[in-house]
Design a protein around this ligand. Structure first.
Ligand code: IPE
Ligand code: IPE
Ligand code: MG
Length: 247
């Protein structure tokens, strides 16, 4: 595995972990078998990120739209989250990983919510890798909850409405305290964002791969990071300006 030079390693990577169902179907197994197999890929990317010096990793585990799936699949996913929380948190803590759940946690039943809160509290002091797991998350929900907080602070007289700008609103968005999102990866071949980090992805580099999530491993991650390292990020400027700034 080639390691990208430190300067070109993304500080913050987000991943839409897609393709579990198709992976299972190809093996004539139920979709839940694919979700289970996806756990290994999660471990692989966490390890890969720590190796390469990525500071923050945000994984899309369950979207606000995924409640629309068949009841037994949703149930199997919830069971999987509980099992994963019970099994993996101590080990991640041992490796210095801080775990945070982002999304509308109020949508989950109490037992699961409790486990999520425990995992967050337990690992809050860690800083080796900032791992965010997006559950019952939607990019539009995120913008709405930030807008609501802005409205509340205006109502309290802390801000005037005309003081709410991108910086102020951005401060209430999920993940605002982390390095900006550099690299947005989607596995499973679909070319869409599916209501993931809409605000945060504004200037992220997008990377799509046909690899199904359970097959994604450290070398797949290394390929994505190498691809990122070759991109020229212009942020609205010209290529010549970017070259000049680098010289
Ligand atoms: C992603 O895999 C996992 C979740 C959405 C929870 P899918 O279950 O969407 O897999 P495909 O897209 O059907 O193959
Ligand atoms: C996005 O995948 C959500 C997660 C990976 C958790 P989906 O498989 O739900 O996305 P769509 O519905 O195909 O766009
Ligand atoms: Mg899918």
């Amino acid at each position: 595995m080639t390691e990208a030079s430190a300067a070109r390693v993304p500080r913050h990577i987000a991943i839409v972990m897609d393709g579990n169902g198709r992976w299972a179907k190809a093996r004539h197994r139920p979709r839940s078998f694919g979700h289970n197999a996806g756990r290994k890929a999660v471990r692989e990317v966490i390890e890969g990120c720590m190796r390469q010096g990525v500071e923050a990793l945000t994984l899309f585990a369950f979207s606000s739209e995924n409640w629309n799936r068949p009841e037994d699949e949703v149930g199997a996913l919830m069971e999987l989250f509980i099992r994963a929380l019970d099994k993996e948190v101590d080990e991640l803590h041992g490796h210095g990983v801080r775990i945070r759940f982002v999304g509308d946690l109020a949508g989950f039943e109490q037992g699961l919510r409790q486990r999520m809160n425990q995992a967050m509290t337990h690992t809050a002091g860690n800083d080796k890798l900032l791992l965010n797991v997006a559950v019952n998350y939607g990019g539009r929900w995120d913008i709405v909850q930030a807008a609501r907080k802005a409205a509340e602070s205006v109502a309290r007289g802390e801000f005037r409405a005309d003081e709410i700008d991108e910086k102020v609103l951005g401060h209430w968005m999920c993940l605002a305290d982390l390095p900006p999102l550099d690299l947005f990866i989607r596995t499973g071949g679909e070319l869409r964002i599916s209501n993931f980090l809409l605000w945060q992805a504004a200037y992220a580099e997008l990377y799509f791969t046909d690899t199904l999530w359970p097959d994604f491993d450290q070398s797949s991650l290394a390929l994505a990071i190498e691809d990122f390292a070759r991109r020229e990020r212009r942020f609205g400027r010209t290529g010549d300006q970017v070259a000049l700034a680098k010289a």
